[in-house]
Design a protein around this ligand. Sequence first.
Ligand SMILES: Nc1ncnc2c1ncn2[C@@H]1O[C@H](COP(=O)(O)OP(=O)(O)OP(=O)(O)O)[C@@H](O)[C@H]1O
Ligand SMILES: [Mg+2]
Length: 451
Amino acid sequence: MEKAKLLIIEDDEAIRTQMKWALAQSYEILIAEDRPSAIEIFIKERPPVVTLDLGLPPYPGEVKEGFWALSELLSQDSLVKVIVITGQGEKDHALKAIGEGAYDFFCKPIHIEELRVVLNRAFYISQLEHEYDKLQQLLCNESFEGMLGTSPPMQEVFSSIRKVATTEVPVLIVGESGTGKELVAKAIHRNSSRKGFPFVVINCSAIPEALLESELFGHEKGAFTGAHIQRKGRVEMVQGGTLFLDEIGELSLSLQVKLLRFLQEQKIERVGGREAIGVDARILAATNRDLKHALNEGKFREDLYYRLGVVTVSLPPLREREKDILLLATALLQRYAHESGKKITGFTPQSIRAIETYQWPGNIRELENRVKRAVIMAGGQKLTPVDLELTSPYSKFVGQGLREAREALEKDLIQNTLSKNKGNITKAAEELGVSRPTLYELMEKLEIGKG
Ligand SMILES: Nc1ncnc2c1ncn2[C@@H]1O[C@H](COP(=O)(O)OP(=O)(O)OP(=O)(O)O)[C@@H](O)[C@H]1O
Ligand SMILES: [Mg+2]
């Protein structure tokens, strides 16, 4: 096994030799006599653990070079474990070094056996920290604000979110249903300077047209029958935050005009009110409809379209995120298995194939539903295509060549027909629309018994 690297920074030759001699068996020893050469070696070799004598040339009687070296080492690698070595009676310096990020200290004269124990532990901790760091990075790369995705199109989405979040421009989020449009809107809000303010969602398709205007902009008392009191609209509630207009494609033309006015003036009027109220809101909108098409049909205003869609974030359908499908399925399985307390450890190979080849018209929402239901229904430790309800008549042929698939289908059909007709060849042949000799021939070729 490769030895771990240990950098010894020490200007006293006798001590250097003593340490090197005693520790060379356990570690690959690197030696530096002053700060500049220590840093040079450190950058090149990246040792996880360093021993540092605080009194270094050109001021061996002081500690300033040592402290400088300490801060440089830590700025190069915040995880490096620096063990400070001081002269006797210099405990104050040692404690100060710990305060500045050193891992431990040691007073001269050096007792090698004691030093060994300290070193051992330093290497052990460093290794744990590096492993943890790697894991964190992996998780970080795979997910962003609750969205999983390592596939290139999703990485692109994450990077667009980061870029637009810090700006004030409206963003139009497009994608098929269930692709995560709302999650993207939330991620933009949470990564913006508005994150301490409200995130307000209005689903334009869920509120009846007649009510939508007062939902959006509020109304004054007596504005219409039933308006007994004055009410603030959702837009007004946003003040300082983000307004997410979901299913914007469903907004009526008359409300589109009112929304446009708000976008231009940052002011609203309550229904039945005369006063213009200023509202500071950033607008995000989403749609699964083809807005350009609606535009051409005159169902969506062009000016509003260009205002809302200064930037467009486009979510790929799940079937185009090849690498992510299984990652998502596995993450969902873990979540639901944990929630339900059932010991389900994964998917059968057939399920994996079915998951990867299915087209997922309902995208992630559909995947969530299927996995959730499967976890509840499953009898075994691994989810099967039956649990996931992913058994199409073709699923068992997936991955086979056309000839094998055709033979498998023929065999299936003949066996079924034979058993239905209790092995009666004449009847089976009749039902299958072939002659008796042909059926015999097929049975022989496909190795089918009469049973
Ligand atoms: N990348 C992702 N990683 C994990 N879960 C996700 C991801 N994208 C979406 N989801 C989950 O999938 C479900 C659907 O997401 P969301 O509601 O944001 O989609 P949508 O595009 O707004 O759908 P709809 O068009 O149906 O409103 C949610 O439960 C969400 O948590
Ligand atoms: Mg949605």
